[in-house]
Design a protein. Structure first.
Length: 242
């Protein structure tokens, strides 16, 4: 997209932009002070008071830009204002960063390293009045594209969503609007809740009666009375001793 572009590109610290600058030296990178500030805000949430000084200095940069917009300054007047007021603030931020004694892998060390890697781009606005101090305007413009990816019904007011549901329901045939019979059933208790209730179709919760099975054992034939007497006679009759 930017293969034949010549000029300034306002960007953050994404490494692709550095590669683009190396491939095309006609492109100069201008960095965003809002991104640099964001890193120190994250450190401030972890270590309150550690980055108060640098956040105040960055805030003064934005104050200068706000006064410039209110005064509707032309390009030359804006550049003169930045040289007179913004440049000393930038120098103070640079001096503050050099004074810090932190571990490179610590949150503050990473924030300072991030700002240092973008330092050349962070000072472009001091020499070019067309370059803004931050890229917030472009990011706000792109935010609408991301929001538009959601479903329209998710973004519509509640009244609009209700009317959308009612219009959808009225367009269906009357037979499809019959409610499904439901009943209340108790589910198995869980760790979070000893008992919970759910609404489910009546046909889905009626258990089938348990199947009854009869236990049948093989019958043992008992000898008849005549057979028993014959057996006794044979048993009592001894061998012939004649």
């Amino acid at each position: 997209m930017l293969g034949g572009y010549r000029g300034v590109v306002m960007c953050d610290g994404y490494v692709v932009y550095s590669s683009l600058h190396k491939q095309n030296p006609a492109i100069s990178l201008a960095s965003c002070w809002a991104h640099a500030r964001r890193k120190y805000v994250e450190v401030e949430e972890i270590e309150p008071g550690r980055c108060t000084e640098v956040l105040d200095l960055i805030g003064k940069l934005f104050e200068v830009e706000a006064r410039a917009r209110e005064g509707d300054l032309d390009r030359d007047a804006l550049l003169a204002l930045r040289q007179a007021e913004s440049k000393p603030i930038v120098d103070a931020i640079h001096a503050w960063a050099l004074e810090q004694r932190v571990l490179p892998k610590s949150p503050l060390g990473k924030a300072i390293a991030y700002m240092g890697s973008l330092w050349d781009g962070l000072t472009v606005f001091l020499e070019n009045s067309d370059v803004p101090v931050d890229n917030n305007g472009t990011e706000r413009a792109l935010r609408g594209v991301a929001i538009g990816r959601k479903k329209p019904t998710d973004l519509a007011p509640s009244a609009a969503r209700k009317s959308l549901r009612s219009s959808t329901a009225s367009s269906r045939p009357a037979s499809s609007l019959e409610p499904i019979p439901t009943t209340t059933c108790a589910t198995q208790p869980t760790r979070r809740s000893r008992a919970s209730l759910c609404r489910c179709p009546a046909t889905a919760i009626t258990p089938a009666p348990p199947e009854r099975r009869s236990l049948s054992l093989p019958r043992k034939r008992l000898p008849s009375a005549d057979g028993a007497r014959r057996g006794d006679t044979e048993h009592n009759a001894g061998p012939d001793t004649d």
